[in-house]
Design a binder for this molecule. Structure first.
Ligand code: ADP
Length: 665
């Protein structure tokens, strides 16, 4: 702009000035009466034939309003106003022909033959002069003070009109947006006056409640509430709406459909007010909850057919807990209602049989810490039904707010427990009754076969020997059954004492080698000699070792070795028994420690055994604080191991340690 003398320099804040001008969105808009009134007044007051509201953009001056001039814009280079916007006061040129900046200006030398110019900048109050309000004459002249003052007031008025124009536009946009939102909202939206009379309804109201807008116009909002409704607080001092309305207040209520039935909704009521003034009315938004209600009903129906209670249990970060959902069956199991535990789960824990409560709490804490599924069997003291056995299982999930939620199921297992007890008692009674005569039979057969009564006739010898073997097997089975029942009933008393492990191992191998000989199998204890001391019932440990060794022997191929090893790891010691047999079939591995389980049903006949040995061993080892397990790859033998805590080591024996001990028959 400053390339030639006489060209006006651009203001220093030109980029932001242009941005401010564009933001008013007035350039290239049609003429408007309010601005034309201002230019008419300016021309009249100043007594000039021409008055303009001129806005200077990057390239041109454009006239929002003009009096006495045909052109709607001129290039910025020759614009007088482009000079005027560089200052904050009136820019006045009394005679252009006497002013070297303008005497050669085409607007001076040609149409419209400007001789006089006076322009006052239009400032947005932020330091941006957007253009001018100017008056022009074809004669030289000079404005008096009153004219200048009037021109300044008119310029201010012009800017206020620009502002108002912009505000009005923004408001129209907002209104259009609100209207679109109001019409398209999935919810039902109502506007009431202060008395609660309905003024406007969104199309969602017809969809949700069946009324068309005309039916509701001017009706009280209460029309939509079910008759004799006590859902909403009733305060005689205040209109009902005022008690309900509030920031973020949400009410779960039933509204009345035009056909009479109830519609569950979430209702929010917000006062409509201008800034801090008293409310003019209320905005009511009703969010349809029918889907949720339907899903809940469906869940209730399904849950009612389940043989136990389904629930969600939540533990808050502060340790307190509640049941956000629980089916009605909680009444059957705990004698409580779903409502009673919705906010606080303490009453549920209070019904758990006191002896079982610590175990339940511990299992919940463990599940919370590990996020592993929860499983627990425990007793509940039902106020009417008495003591019940229940079984609970659920899956935990951590929520974003730090709470943990379990989704699960609890059912009554009292009947099963009762049957198990009866079965246990039956087995135990029968076993006891059988044991005495069987011992006598086995003993007698032993005496006969041992020749105590004289030479057994050849013809009978084989049959008598089979009878003796079978009576011994029966004896073993009965002993196992009795052991199992004792363990389950908690009647097996263990006499735990500190014992050196090495002698126990050596003795077990020695005592079981004769059994292994039947299969032509040899036990091999690998060194070095262990100094470990364990806290065990030595007879019961011997029983477990006998079971592992006899299994290894009977499942080993002929002429094979069974390796027995000891490994110390920190304070634990592992005793392992490895055979080179067929191994444990993969599909049986998860059941191997269950009662009466054998991989192959023919095992009993072929190899003897009851399928109880490992189950008993597991109970015994766990009651001694240890663990039992195995590793096996089908076809490549099996290693069964037990792990025990070791105590302080005993003094090393004098004798040099043997690297390897081998026992033969
Ligand atoms: P049992 O008295 O029948 O041996 P156990 O409980 O000791 O009862 O063993 C259960 C079953 O586990 C056995 O019948 C057999 O199928 C399997 N089993 C145990 N030890 C071994 C082993 N060393 N190799 C392969 N299978 C084994």
């Amino acid at each position: 702009m400053n390339r030639r003398p006489g060209l006006p320099p651009a203001p220093r804040n030109e980029p932001s000035r242009l941005a401010a001008l564009l933001a008013f969105e007035v350039l290239d808009t049609p003429a408007e009466q309010m601005f034309d009134t201002i230019t008419a007044l300016a021309a009249q007051i100043c007594g000039t034939p021409i008055a303009l509201i001129s806005l200077i953009d990057a390239e041109r001056q454009w006239f929002k309003s003009r009096v006495g001039l045909d052109a709607s814009e001129t290039p910025r280079e020759i614009a007088f106003c482009a000079h005027a916007i560089n200052g904050d006061n009136l820019f006045e040129v009394d005679d252009t022909l006497l002013d070297p900046r303008f005497c050669a200006n085409p607007l001076v030398t040609g149409d419209p033959d400007i001789r006089f110019y006076a322009g006052i900048p239009l400032s947005d109050g932020q330091g941006h002069n957007l253009g001018t309000l100017c008056v022009i004459d074809r004669q030289p002249r000079h404005l008096n003070d009153e004219q200048r003052h009037a021109l300044r007031l008119l310029a201010e008025q012009t800017m206020q009109l620009f502002e108002l124009r912009l505000q009005a536009r923004l408001q129209r946009e907002q209104a259009a947006l609100h209207k679109a939102m109001f019409r398209s909202a999935g919810n039902a939206v109502l506007v009431t006056d202060l008395q609660g009379l309905i003024q406007q309804t969104s199309p969602g109201v017809a969809t949700l409640l069946g009324y068309n807008p005309e039916q509701l116009q001017g009706q009280p909002l209460e029309l939509l509430l079910p008759q004799n409704s006590d859902q909403l607080p009733d305060d005689p001092q205040q209109p009902q709406l005022a008690t309900l309305a509030g920031e973020g207040q949400v009410h779960e209520v039933q509204l009345r459909h035009s056909n009479g039935h109830s519609v569950p909704v979430l209702l929010t009521l917000a006062p409509i007010s201008l800034e801090a003034q008293a409310p003019m009315g209320y905005l009511c938004i009703a969010h349809d909850l029918s889907d949720r209600e339907e899903a809940l009903q469906r869940l209730h129906k399904v849950a009612a057919h389940l043989p136990g209670m389904v629930y969600q249990f939540v533990q808050r970060a502060d340790g307190s807990s509640y049941f956000p959902y629980v089916s009605q069956a909680i009444e059957q199991l705990y004698g409580l209602t779903p409502e009673a535990v919705r906010e606080d789960a303490r009453s549920v824990f209070a019904r758990i049989y006191p002896d079982d409560l610590p175990a339940v709490r511990e299992s919940v804490a463990l599940s919370a810490a590990s996020l592993q599924p929860w499983y627990c069997e425990y007793r509940v003291l039902h106020p009417q039904r008495g003591l019940l056995w229940v079984e609970g299982r659920s899956t935990p999930q951590r929520l974003d707010n730090g709470e943990i939620i379990w989704h699960g199921f609890i059912n009554d297992i009292s009947e099963r427990k009762h049957m198990e007890r009866l079965k246990g008692e039956f087995v135990s009674t029968v076993s006891h009754e059988l044991r005495t005569p069987l011992t006598a039979i086995a003993g007698s057969l032993g005496l006969i076969n041992g020749g105590a009564l004289g030479q057994v006739p050849q013809a009978m010898a084989e049959m008598l020997s089979i009878a003796e073997q079978n009576s011994q097997r029966l004896n073993l089975l009965i002993n196992d059954l009795l052991d199992m029942e004792k363990l389950v009933a908690g009647k097996m008393l263990l006499e735990l004492q500190n014992e050196a492990l090495q002698p126990l191992l050596e003795q077990a191998i020695q005592e079981n080698q004769p059994y292994a000989d039947r299969y032509h199998v040899q036990f091999k204890l690998h060194g070095p000699t262990t100094q470990a001391v364990v806290h065990v019932d030595k007879l019961r440990l011997a029983q477990v070792l006998a079971n592992l060794l006899s299994n290894a022997a009977k499942f080993s191929p002929r002429d094979q070795v069974v390796d027995v090893g000891v490994q110390q790891h920190e304070a634990r010691i592992r005793i392992s028994v490895t055979d080179h047999g067929a191994g444990v079939p993969e599909n049986f591995q998860t059941r191997i420690f269950s009662k009466f389980s054998q991989a192959d049903a023919t095992d009993t006949r072929q190899k003897g055994g009851t399928g109880l040995g490992l189950a008993i061993s597991k109970e015994i080892i766990e009651r001694m604080g240890g663990h039992i397990g195995f590793e096996s790859v089908t076809g490549h033998g099996a290693t069964f191991w037990i792990e025990l805590d070791t105590l302080a080591q005993e003094a090393t024996p004098e004798s040099p340690s043997q690297p390897e001990n081998t026992w033969n028959a």
